[in-house]
Design a protein. Sequence first.
Length: 396
Amino acid sequence: MKLKTLKTAAKEIKLQDKTVLLRVDYNVPVDNGRVSDDTRITESLPTIEFLLKKGAKIIILTHLGRPKGVDENLRLNPIADHLSKLLKKPVIKVDSCIGPAVETAIDALHKGDILILENTRFHKEEEENDPEFAKKLAGYADLYVSDAFGTVHRAHASTEGVAHYLPSFAGFLIEKEIKNLEPLLKKPKKPFVLVIGGAKIDTKIGILENFIHKADSILIGGGLANTFLAAKGFDVGASLCEKDKIETAQKIMLEAEKTKCNLMLPEDVIVADQISNNAAIADAEITGVEGDMQILDIGKRSVVKFIEILNKAKTVIWNGPVGLYEKKAFERGTKEIALCLADCKADTYLGGGDTLDAIKGLGINEKSYTHVSTGGGAMLEFLEGKELPGIKVLMG
């Protein structure tokens, strides 16, 4: 089974005048009616431009946010406007996904036209992967192209359901993501280091369990580290900590011992009694955290030890900031890791919305890294070795 790509589609199907249903991931930040980070949009442009060059008509599908029904603040008008500016051509927008207005707009399309339908998640049938809803969407087009890597781990109507009713292919972004991430499932160059941060264990269990048998070192920071520190018996004060996951953390640490994987936690931390840029902070030993103290970053000595390991690595995966990087007082750990990986000689793979937000905030060019994934959860699940529904339907 091989991934069916857009280039395959162009060989099999004459795309001129064909209507293509294109699923992208434009779940991007919108502030005051403007797109504030267009990375995911620009990453889809090669696929769109290829289809336009071939003379296709394009119907774009995407979701935005997590609406419960129609939400006026999550309409796609700012995204349609931004895409139009990037492409330097009109992008037609309708206020629904299905119905008479959509059908009228599609009937009026000519080759080279782009139509964007309204937020797919305004319809509960989207997340339910309702077959009738998927069939209606599929009925608007001659073929389906998915370029929404950030959503391929979800079996939704527009990411998986429609592929059962149309010839289906992967766009250039999905092809690029798989090409870059697949080698990590086989034999990454050693020493191989995994840096995991963020807040919750649930989304990281799979990747920890998978790579504990492959990585030489796993460096843990962020709120995630607090749960592991609590599992080792340390007081984490008033820090974010998932007490119901302490047993899970203990099992992961025991497995690391068995596999001789160096699972490293912070030995000193930046603490404060409030979250603000003006907070009084201290660099405390792990043994000195108590009371109302909140752990909000890894400490200076831990930064040095993490960097020492990263500088010797030949392959690094980083998912999740190691501190509350949004506040200047707690950005140092994340900043130092980002700068180290931008300069080091290792193959570096980054994923997760917060990780990407952090490097953008620091002004680091994404090209400083081997691969920056547009998917957070999708990247993690792919690297767990899971079969992702949105990719499975593109195999043939």
